[in-house]
Design a protein around this ligand. Structure first.
Ligand SMILES: [Zn+2]
Length: 302
C-alpha cells in the first residue's frame, strides 16, 4: 500500500524538524520537533493545524504565499497588529497611486468640500477618478451643503475654484507596518539560512522587536527605496558591513548576518555612519520553500 501524500504543512514540518535535529543536540529518542522561528518553542507533528500553522510571507493580505510554519500564538498576535498595519499601508499607497493616476483603486473615503463632509466610494481608472456619495452614510444637511458648494463653484465659473479634501478611511501605523516588514524580512532570511542563523545571538533583538511592536528594541533597520529593481532578492552586503538587506517592494530591511565577519550589531554601525548609506553586496533570490542552507551538513558559516 502506498503511503498517503503528505500535506504541505506536514512537508514543512519535516523540513524544519530535519534542520532542527541537525542544528540542536536533541536526545536521540526518535521524537521530532518543529521549532517556531519566532518564539523558538518546540512543537510536535500532532500540533499541525492547531498550535502550529502555515505562515504567509509577506502577509496574505498583500499577496504573500505560504513559506513555512509558525506557532498559532505568534501567527495570531502578529496578525492583529503588524500584519494588519502592512495591509492598511498597502491600502493607503494604492489610494495615493489611484488618485495620482498611476494605478486603479476602489475604496471608501471622506470628502470635505466647503461645509460638507460626506462618505464617498472612490473608483479610479483610465478615465479618471469617480466619487459616488454613499447615501446611507450621509445626512441630508451634508448632502445639501455638498450641492451648495458645487453650485457655487459652477456659478463662479472657475475651473480652479473647487478645493476639496479626500481622506481614505484607514490610517497607517507607520512604525508597526515597518515592524511587519522586519518580520517578513526575518522569516525570509530564516527560510533561506535556517536555524543556525535564526537562533544566533545577533538575531535575538530582531525576534524581540517583532514580539513587542509597541516598544523600540532596534532602530535603523528600515530603508525606503522607491522603485528599486531588486525585488525578490536578499542582498548579502559587504559594505558598509557584512549583513543582509532584504529587498521588499519600495523598501528594504537590514538584518544582522553574524557569519563571514558580519558584526553582531550592524544597526549600531549604521547609526554611527549617518547620511545616506551605500550598500554593496551580492544578491540571492528569496526562498520559495525552506532551504536552511546553514543547517545543511558541511555548511560553512560558523
Ligand atoms: Zn511562536
Amino acid at each position: 500500500m502506498e503511503a498517503p501524500t503528505p500535506s504541505r504543512a506536514e512537508r514543512l514540518f519535516h523540513l524544519g524538524a530535519d534542520a532542527t535535529s541537525r542544528t540542536f543536540q536533541l536526545p536521540d529518542d526518535g521524537s521530532r520537533w518543529y521549532v517556531c522561528p519566532l518564539c523558538l518553542l518546540g512543537f510536535s507533528e500532532d500540533d499541525i493545524g492547531t498550535d502550529l500553522t502555515e505562515e504567509h510571507v509577506p502577509p496574505k493580505s498583500v499577496g504573500g504565499a505560504v513559506l513555512l510554519l509558525t506557532c498559532r500564538s505568534c501567527n495570531n498576535s502578529a496578525g492583529h497588529t503588524i500584519d494588519a498595519a502592512i495591509a492598511d499601508r498597502d491600502h493607503i499607497e494604492s489610494f495615493a497611486q489611484g488618485i495620482s493616476g498611476t494605478a486603479e483603486y476602489t475604496g471608501r473615503a471622506r470628502l470635505k468640500l466647503g461645509d460638507a463632509e460626506v462618505t464617498v466610494d472612490v473608483e479610479t481608472g483610465p478615465n479618471g477618478v469617480r466619487l459616488n456619495v454613499v447615501r446611507g452614510r450621509t445626512g441630508p444637511t451634508d448632502l445639501e451643503a455638498l450641492r451648495a458648494a458645487f453650485d457655487a463653484a459652477v456659478e463662479a465659473g472657475t475651473s480652479d475654484g473647487l478645493a476639496f479634501t479626500l481622506t481614505p478611511r484607514r490610517r497607517v501605523h507607520t512604525r508597526q507596518a515597518s515592524i511587519g516588514d522586519l518580520k517578513s524580512a526575518y522569516l525570509l532570511a530564516f527560510t533561506k539560512f535556517g536555524y543556525k542563523y535564526g537562533t544566533s545571538a545577533a538575531l535575538s533583538v530582531v525576534r524581540e522587536q517583532i514580539d513587542s511592536p509597541e516598544s523600540k528594541v532596534v532602530d535603523h533597520f528600515f530603508f525606503p527605496m522607491p522603485d528599486h529593481d531588486r525585488e525578490g532578492m536578499i542582498l548579502v552586503t559587504s559594505e558598509p558591513c557584512v549583513a543582509l538587506l532584504v529587498m521588499l517592494p519600495d523598501r528594504a530591511v537590514l538584518l544582522p548576518f553574524p557569519f563571514d565577519g558580519g558584526p553582531e550589531d550592524p544597526y549600531g554601525q549604521i547609526a554611527s555612519l549617518g547620511g545616506p548609506i551605500n550598500f554593496k553586496g551580492h544578491p540571492v533570490p528569496w526562498p520559495t520553500e525552506p532551504e536552511y542552507v546553514l543547517d545543511r551538513p558541511g555548511a560553512s558559516g560558523s
